[in-house]
Each structure stands twice: as C-alpha cells, then as structure tokens.
Design a protein. Structure first.
Length: 233
C-alpha cells in the first residue's frame, strides 16, 4: 500500500436526509441550536455528539464556523478538551478573544491564514499551544503535506462547510466519509449542503466526481442512520 505524504482525512458531518448541513441560508440559523428544538429530531441528536467524541485527535474547521458558534464573544474560560484544532481563517472571522478562547479550549490550535495581520499574531507570546501557519495563498494540498511533515499529523477529521469540503474533494484529499443522517428534510436551493462549491459543467470534468465504497451501515436510535464510506480517489 502506497504511503501518503499527507494525513488520512475523514469527512465527518451531520446532515438531513436531503443533504443539508444547516437549517437555512442565514447565519442566524444553526443545526446545533435549531435541531435540538424540533420534535422527532431532538430525541436522537445526542448520538451524533457521542460519535463525534470518537473521531480523530486532529479536527479541521473554519474561522467562519467558529465565529458562528460564538467563540468571539464568549467570556467564560472553557473546560480543556483532549483535541487539536486546525482552523482555516482567511478573512479573518476570528477576533483576538475568539483565538484566546480556542487556545484555552483545545490542546493545540493550528491557525491557518493568508492574512499577515490576523489577530492571532498578538497572542503568540501568550500561548505556547498556538501555531500559526501562514500561506500567501492557502493551498490545501500543501497544507496537508506540511501538517504531516512538520507536525507528524497522521489523521484528520474534517468538519468544515460545504464550500471548503468541495475544495478537499476536488483535490482528492478526502479518504473516508462518516455521515450521520438525521430524520429531517430541510430543502432550499441556497441552504448549505455536504458538498457545495463550484459545480462541473463539462463531460470532460466527470473525473472530478468521487465514487464511494460503502464500508459500514448503522441504524441508530430515533430513526437516525450512520454511513461510512471509502472514497475511491
């Protein structure tokens, strides 16, 4: 078996039966906040969070998602968790308080940015668990190779938004998919899905589509289903 020069990456997400990873197209809507209120969905939602605890030590997400869950405005000091976060933050979406909260929350924070003025730079002397990975242009393939070569990262669980998920997919950087399907239909053509990003438009681009091999199926409680696939890159 060929040894990869990058980590093994698993896309782990909660989605509706119609593939939506949000309740709608507004930042005011959020699966974590919304689905726990819906009869027929809230009863089994805990299973996703229990499975999430069994995922890889390294977890990749985005600054936008972190901003959305409110880390920029949280004042309390969080309970430390045994996890390492890789956060891609281009804009940036995180402010200094958000970065500080994450440093207090996780074992190590890898902040990936193309912004030389990111607020995280102000905290380098304060937190020895903060690593800033700066790129003039963030290339996901290069990032994965650097994480493997320089930090010995072997496995990553990806939990980012549909657009970044698509970037990983198109570059052949997703090896496995671990999906928990909630018993709900969301709808909406502008609601984020598991894989968004730019669609293909030519027959010649069909090689960008990734077939899957089903590895495991688990029927969970309260009409939830877990599916595990290998991506045939």
């Amino acid at each position: 078996m060929e040894k990869l020069n990058r980590p093994i990456n698993t896309l782990f997400m909660l989605m509706s039966l119609d593939g939506k990873i949000n309740s709608g197209d507004s930042d005011a809507l959020d699966v974590d906040r919304d689905w726990c209120k819906i009869e027929g969905v809230k009863e089994g939602l805990y299973q996703y969070y229990e499975i999430e605890k069994t995922t890889d030590w390294y977890s990749l997400n985005t600054g936008r998602v972190m901003e959305k869950i409110g880390v920029n405005t949280r004042k309390e000091k969080p309970q430390k968790i045994d996890c390492r976060f890789i956060i891609i933050d281009r804009k940036p979406h995180l402010n200094e308080n958000g970065v500080e909260y994450l440093c207090n929350w996780v074992e190590t924070l890898f902040l990936v940015t193309d912004n030389k003025n990111h607020p995280a730079y102000q905290l380098l002397d304060k937190f020895d668990n903060l690593k800033i990975l700066y790129y003039e242009n963030i290339d996901l393939s290069n990032l994965m190779e650097d994480l493997k070569k320089n930090y010995d990262v072997e496995k990553i669980t990806i939990q980012s938004g549909g657009t970044l998920n698509c970037e990983f997919l198109r570059k052949g950087l997703i090896d496995y998919v671990n999906i928990v399907i909630a018993p709900i239909l969301v709808g909406g053509s502008t609601t984020n899905t598991l894989i968004d990003g730019k669609a293909i438009s030519k027959v010649e681009e069909l090689n960008q589509l990734k077939p899957l091999k089903l590895l495991e199926t688990h029927v969970l409680q309260n009409s939830y289903i877990q599916l595990k696939y290998k991506v045939l890159n």
